[in-house]
Design a protein around this ligand. Structure first.
Ligand code: BGC
Length: 747
């Protein structure tokens, strides 16, 4: 036994040393390259261009594309985005490797946000699974496909915390909570990057948008962000720090200003915190044109000045604003930017290229056989189906209307989204084929053909795409027919929600209701038949108070990607027992925005019936469906909460969970903490632990949590971590509003 232990230790040491040697070797090779590189070539590494023509075609003549082509040949481009497919990638890589003076390979980036061809659920949906293993696997599937088409870098995960459902990009993140958001960000980084970044099936990840982008005022994309240090340090930054600790290779900054400074030009964030305090050794890319946008922001005089500010602040690579490639060498020569900063940026970029194995073999991601084999692989489809089922949240199930019996008769399906094969792919699915999702109806067909589908009024225009807003129609044609069909049904299944292109970048909303005629349709159907199952498809939390009050069964299915219909049908007929929990609060009204569970108490908290306390005169303060909430076809009971705070650095909490229903099911056991008296006030509760467990009917399990200084403390205004003694309250339960409570003291 002893021998075996020491042999393992020896092996580990060997692996560690090999890694160390490889890393040292990279640094030495980078040193050598830096000596050889001209200033222009260095700045070229810091330049990223968008794809400019069908790379497998002839070289472009004249214009912007021709300029990019010339720059590639000169070694003035470090990376390309939106070039994908083995042929195209190889063509450009060859151009650079063979024709540029030093032949430094390009790194190819792309927005693989929730898949390449096969789409997983949108990230917000995946977050609802609270299943880190499944999320990691889903990212690994995306990496496998993306790497097979020549890509080696994704601009994901987005780890922006957001508390405002009006913001369209909530679909792209892990929700409103920094603890859950950090865990999910790490799972996705690990999924993309794997254990070996140089393997041909892994790609570099990019945590974005550093920082604060999710706090755009009014939920309007690209808008001003102005938040205090308490929120910045304790809510916004933690998922980025966690990603850095998980060895994420790159970060992207953003379009927003933060407290008056465009984050692209923010040295406090990028130099002091990220590269200083956190010791990040990868590189930072700007967001698309965000260096140039420092001019309209009112921070830079012109593009050259913007480039100087960004380079000084620690933006290592310029995505498409051309500030660096056009002006940065001049700025260095004029003494406006220290050339050491350029060397540092180039070193970071080259390091990632070495780690990806691109210097070893610039074409390692360009294997046409692999490209054919890995796209649409059936193992991937199975993985994505599993993720989709886990992402579904059961919001309401009065009188156990669900699951439907497999021989259920008299089903009438209504709704524009029911047979839609495009919208469920969600936003940010750039490379997916249009209309490639399994629609709800196709999923239903697996179980029964004995149903009637009556679409009702057409709500969304079918031509909606990534570049255009969705047009909402107001033609009532089809309404009457749907209502008449509903009147004859034993159960009406209504598939309603937002179109997939109503969320994502640039897609903010001022309303959080069901768009267009859908509420009217739902109410008209309800008048004739109350036995309704409402299947929701949406890319953000919606405000559905009427629906909650009247509709007996509601299932949140978000946009579940390629396997949408298959996943929903399994839940509808009980072959899968849903266990998802909301990663964002669902409001009662849009006027409650921003709404989040981990809020602060006011000086006039909400238990007073009179006028002068913090509330709305026309609506409750609480969420309609709170963070962490989600039902199952079975039920769970919590008891036996025990707390042992003998060791203040490792407080033990345990609770027993019992499946009290008749079906096996999964529960996300959540631990919330509150520090009621602190030098900087703490939220009324904060998630500090969770575990997803599976229990057979009647079975119990004791779940253990350990609270260390990492969970008990917070960042003060100087960005120092402090743990203050005193009383702590905790709650353990199945949502953020419900659970066993207790407290403990530490010195
Ligand atoms: C988005 C980024 C994205 C980039 C490249 C920008 O508009 O904000 O998140 O990675 O485009 O497509």
């Amino acid at each position: 036994m002893k021998l075996r232990t020491s042999f393992i230790a020896f092996l580990l040491l060997l692996i560690f040393n090999t890694n160390l040697t490889a890393q040292q070797d990279f640094e030495q090779q980078i040193d050598e390259l830096l000596v050889k590189m001209t200033l222009e070539e260095k700045v070229g590494q810091m330049n990223q261009y968008n794809g400019f023509y069908d790379a497998t075609g002839p070289a472009p003549e004249g214009g912007n594309a021709a300029m990019k082509y010339e720059h590639l040949k000169k070694g003035w481009v470090g990376s390309m985005l939106n070039v994908h497919g083995v042929d195209e990638v190889r063509k450009l890589q060859e151009l650079v490797v063979k024709e540029s003076r030093l032949g430094i390979p390009l790194i190819f980036g792309y927005d693989v946000i929730h898949g390449y061809k096969i789409q997983s659920p949108i990230p917000l949906a995946e977050a609802a699974s609270w299943d880190l293993e499944a999320i990691q696997k889903s990212a690994a599937i995306a990496a496998d496909e993306a790497s097979a088409v020549g890509l080696n870098w994704t601009f994901a995960p987005m780890v922006d915390i957001s508390r405002d459902a009006r913001w369209g990009r909530v679909m792209e993140g892990g929700g409103e909570d920094p603890y859950l958001g950090s865990k999910i960000g790490v799972a996705r980084v690990k999924g993309f990057q794997g254990d070996d970044l140089s393997a041909n099936y892994t790609i570099a990840a990019c945590a974005k948008h550093f920082a604060g982008y999710g706090f755009a005022q009014g939920g309007r994309d690209y808008n001003t962000v102005d938040i205090g240090t308490n929120t910045l340090f304790n809510v916004v930054l933690p998922p980025f720090k966690a990603a850095v600790e998980a060895d994420v290779k790159t970060l992207m900054n953003g379009f927003n200003i933060l407290n008056g400074i465009p984050v692209t030009g923010d040295g406090f964030l990028q130099r002091d915190i990220l590269k200083g305090k956190w010791g990040f050794d990868g590189f930072v890319i700007s967001d698309w044109g965000s260096i140039g946008e420092m001019e309209p922001h009112g921070h830079a005089k012109n593009l050259a000045h913007a480039g100087e500010l960004a380079a000084k602040a620690g933006s290592d690579m310029d995505m498409e604003s051309t500030a660096y490639v056009t002006h940065l060498a001049e700025s260095v020569k004029a003494g406006k930017v220290d050339k050491k900063l350029i060397d540092d940026a180039v070193r970071r970029i080259l390091r990632v290229k070495f780690e990806l194995g691109l210097f070893d073999d610039p074409y390692r991601y360009c294997n046409p056989t692999r490209e054919k084999e890995r796209l649409f692989h059936e193992d991937h489809l199975a993985g994505v189906l599993d993720m989709a089922k886990k992402s579904i949240v059961l919001l309401k199930n009065e009188n156990n209307l669900l699951p439907l019996k497999k021989d259920q008769k008299g089903i009438v399906v209504i709704g524009d989204l029911a047979d839609d094969k495009n919208s469920p792919l969600g936003s940010w699915r750039l490379a997916s084929d249009n209309n490639s999702a399994v629609s709800f109806l196709e999923g239903l067909d697996n179980y029964t053909k004995d149903y009637l589908f009556v679409q009702g009024p057409k709500i969304f225009d079918d031509k909606a795409d990534f570049l255009h807003h969705v047009t909402i129609k107001d033609d009532k044609k089809g309404m009457q027919e749907a209502v008449e069909a509903a009147a004859t049904a034993q159960v009406v299944v209504m598939v309603l929600g937002e179109h997939g292109f109503m969320s994502g970048e640039g897609r903010s909303r001022t309303q959080l209701d069901l768009p267009g005629l859908q509420p009217e349709l739902l109410k008209a159907v309800y008048e004739v038949n109350k036995n309704i199952v409402l299947i929701l498809m949406n890319g953000r939390p919606l405000a559905l108070p009427w629906e909650d009050e009247h509709i007996p069964a509601i299932i949140e299915t978000w946009q579940l990607g390629s396997q949408t219909g298959n996943a929903i049908a399994q839940v509808l007929f009980g072959d899968y027992n849903p266990g998802g929990k909301l990663p964002m609060s669902f409001p009662r009204s849009v006027g409650q925005m921003p709404l989040y569970y981990n809020r602060y108490s006011t000086g006039r908290p909400d238990d007073n019936q009179l006028v002068f306390w913090s509330h709305y005169g026309d609506e409750k303060n609480t969420a309609l469906y709170p963070f962490g909430y989600g039902l199952s076809y079975t039920t769970f009971a919590y008891d036996n909460l025990q707390i042992d705070a003998t060791d203040p650095k490792a407080v033990k909490v345990l609770a027993t969970v019992t499946n009290t229903g008749n079906l096996a099911g999964e529960e996300v056991v959540q631990l919330y903490l509150n520090d009621p008296v602190a030098s900087i006030v703490r939220p009324i509760k904060e998630l500090k632990g969770f575990e997803k467990i599976a229990l057979d009917a009647g079975a119990s399990q004791t779940v253990n949590f350990t609270l260390t200084e990492k969970e008990l403390g917070f960042y003060d205004h100087n960005y120092d971590w402090v743990v203050e003694g005193g009383t702590f309250n905790i709650m353990v339960g199945g949502s953020s509003v419900d659970g066993l409570t207790g407290s403990f003291e530490i010195e």
